[in-house]
Write a protein that binds this ligand. Structure first.
Ligand code: HCA
Ligand code: CU
Length: 389
């Protein structure tokens, strides 16, 4: 069964301007745990002592999820992570020629020695630690380099190899660049040596393809998928947690144990704490993700919601709704009237026509009409007009 690693607290905090206090981090981790997330990556303790403190607190908060830290491929950084009492440790070191020769100034063999040295150290310190090795920028690295580094990492004690699309480069339809190719080839080549690490994927959204790419990796047999609440992360961020879970359920992944009814509160909390608003038309978690507007749509969903909905909002613990404005028809007015408890007016055709006319006029101001607040006033004005004619 697929596992989910949430990196809102690590990758998500790499969104410019975002800061989560240790207390906020704990609340987010508790939400993620309730939803049924398998691994929570909390941060890199070498960045700041406050981050180390937050990791330690969450690691000792009695959550079901495995709690992880991120670390550079250096003994002292790994030690800092181990000091936080984590179950999971992610070590990253690229083996792409561009990084090796233009940044680190070392050859592949020397890089592999370093990876082996650091992973072996972590393994000797804690025998039941889950160790992930990420050849950062994996999909812009020659597959031979990735295989060589991954083999050595697993032999040194890594349990998980993560295929990272660090720059949002990959595309499911590109023959040599797809994450499908990387996941399949790494699995096969390591399997030939009797090595069976779990394969994780981490996809950035630079070209809007992060979700498509992780689903491509899922098809190739990936075991763990990285996400963040609201898709937060460096630049365009990574895969959105809610969007991934909905798609996995759609594909019959045995995910009925995910408690999706906590998503709304989690997203509201993260949006508030990050000072980043959720676009209203955002899939799954946007305010209008289940709001029907155009006359034809509302008329149809009044009979059966599924006519214009492929997703059942009930699994998220929410209800669909209607919006009123220029695009509305009489059916929307009738529904909205019932919604505010004025069923008594729903059969008054003449009044409904007047209300609709007024709604269309108001909609020209270009901001949404608040049904609860504005509709009673509109009804009152139209009732008076009706009495006067
Ligand atoms: C980073 C880059 C990273 C690492 C992922 C990993 C990426 O911010 O350090 O260690 O698995 O996208 O490659 O997030
Ligand atoms: Cu990343």
């Amino acid at each position: 069964m697929i596992q989910i690693l949430d990196s809102t607290l690590r990758e998500g905090e790499q969104t410019p301007g975002v800061y989560f206090s240790p207390k906020t981090k704990l609340v987010i981790a508790q939400f993620l745990d309730r939803i049924g997330i398998d691994i929570i990556e909390v941060g890199n303790p070498a960045v700041d002592t406050e981050i180390a403190l937050a990791i330690n607190q969450i690691a000792n908060a009695g959550l079901k999820a495995k709690i992880g830290a991120h670390s550079l491929c250096k003994i002292d950084s790994v030690q800092k992570a181990l000091d936080c009492d984590v179950d999971f440790l992610g070590i990253f070191f690229s083996v792409s020629p561009q990084r090796l020769y233009r940044d680190y100034n070392i050859c592949l063999e020397r890089a592999i020695d370093k990876i082996v040295e650091v992973i072996s150290y972590a393994r000797t310190q804690k025998s039941d630690l889950l160790i992930r090795y990420t050849p950062e920028d994996t999909v812009r690295s020659p597959i031979e380099n990735v295989i060589a580094a991954a083999k050595a990492a697993v032999q040194a004690g890594a349990n998980i190899i993560s295929i990272a699309d660090t720059t949002g480069y990959t595309n499911p339809f590109h023959p040599q660049r797809s994450i499908y190719f990387y996941v399949k080839t790494v699995k096969e080549e390591l399997g030939k040596e009797g090595l069976y690490p779990q394969i994780e994927v981490h996809c950035h959204n630079d070209k809007g393809l992060a979700l498509a790419n992780v689903l491509d990796a899922y098809r190739a047999g990936a075991d763990i998928i990285d996400v963040a609440v609201m898709g937060l992360g460096e630049r365009a961020g990574i895969v959105d947690l809610a969007e991934l879970l909905i798609n996995l359920i759609d594909m019959d992944e045995e995910g009925n144990f995910w408690q999706l009814n906590y998503l709304k509160d989690l997203y509201d909390f993260v949006s508030e704490q990050s000072h980043i608003s959720i676009p209203p038309h955002q899939a799954v978690t946007g305010k209008y993700a289940f709001t029907h507007y155009a006359g034809v749509h509302v008329k149809a969903v009044a009979k059966d919601e599924r006519l214009y909905q492929s997703l059942n909002p009930q699994i998220l613990g929410i209800k669909s709704s209607v919006a009123l404005g220029m695009q509305s028809g009489c059916a929307a007015v009738e529904l909205a009237i019932k919604q505010i408890g004025r069923e008594d007016l729903a059969r008054n055709k003449d009044l409904i026509t007047k209300i609709l006319k007024e709604i269309k006029e108001i909609s020209k101001r270009g901001t949404p009409i608040d049904i609860e607040k504005e509709l009673p006033e509109i009804i009152e004005r139209c009732t008076i007009k009706q009495l006067m004619t």
